[in-house]
Write a protein that binds this ligand. Structure first.
Ligand SMILES: Nc1ncnc2c1ncn2[C@@H]1O[C@H](COP(=O)(O)OP(=O)(O)OP(=O)(O)O)[C@@H](O)[C@H]1O
Length: 244
């Protein structure tokens, strides 16, 4: 069996609510979970159980209160996000982990086409001049255009910054930006939440294509039909609760 792309071992996450007398909120406890290449693990469980929190732990947005969160990059051994330096986390996010949330973090004044194409540029490309950087940026923009077209963003919007786009348009730009680079591990937090039926089907197809090329996917889907269409395995987050 190939090594796990993501391995959570004995992971707990508690929040300290400082504005409520430092009350401890225990959200996840004893999480043992692995994601392997070529599978789509769907996280189930009632609202507020900790599904998004688990994805944020796997992306390094939240630091685990206990345990280990290991991500395996294409070259080299696993890296423990609970101990990794910020530079190592940034490299993992660039090359190994794709994360789609419901919201696009809008970058002011950057056209939608470049918001997507930038995910393909080599680090520093945007600061470099010269024929090589120009050619690689042109190729990245061409590929970005193909992704935006597939996700039905009209070409007249490509040159505009997405700040004024509709919620569904912003979400599709976000999906294109997060998936255009074929990273091995994808974390998807309700990626179809504000999409119409046609775009939802496109995203289902994109997820299946990623799994078929060997990516490992860990996702949360509000729509049971989407979840059924992509899941190869299900894990109920309610099982990661401390016994009362
Ligand atoms: N940064 C934070 N600070 C304090 N509490 C938090 C924080 N993030 C999440 N929580 C709490 O952790 C619990 C789990 O939240 P989370 O968003 O992970 O649930 P979920 O299962 O994804 O819910 P839903 O299905 O409604 O999206 C909630 O009670 C939430 O209030």
């Amino acid at each position: 069996m190939p090594p796990a792309l993501l391995q959570l071992e004995g992971v707990s996450k508690h929040f300290t609510l400082h504005h409520q007398g430092d009350t401890e909120l225990a959200v996840l406890d004893g999480v043992d979970l692995q994601v392997f290449p070529g599978e789509c693990v769907v996280l189930d469980g009632p609202s507020g159980m900790g599904k998004s929190t688990l994805l944020k732990l796997a992306y390094g947005n939240y630091r685990a209160s206990a345990g280990h969160v290991r991500v395996c990059p294409p070259a080299g051994g696993p890296i423990d996000l609970t101990q990794a330096a910020p530079r190592a986390v940034a490299a993992l996010r660039r090359e190994t982990i794709g994360y789609v949330s419901q919201f696009l973090r809008v970058i002011p004044r950057v056209p939608a086409l470049d918001v997507v194409a930038q995910a393909l540029w080599a680090p520093g490309d945007d600061a470099q001049a010269g024929a090589h950087a120009d050619a690689s940026q042109a190729a990245a923009r061409e590929e970005a255009g193909a992704w935006l077209a597939r996700l039905r963003i009209p070409p007249e919007l490509w040159a505009l910054p997405p700040a004024t786009f509709s919620g569904g348009e912003q979400q599709r730009v976000n999906i294109a930006r997060s998936l255009i680079r074929p990273r091995p591990l994808l974390l998807l937090d309700e990626p179809t939440a504000s999409l119409d039926a046609a775009n939802t089907q496109t995203v289902v197809a994109l997820i299946r294509e990623a799994v078929a090329r060997g990516a490992g996917v860990l996702g949360v889907f509000h729509d049971p039909a989407v979840s059924a269409a992509v899941a190869t395995r299900r894990v109920n987050v309610a099982s990661f609760k401390r016994a009362a």
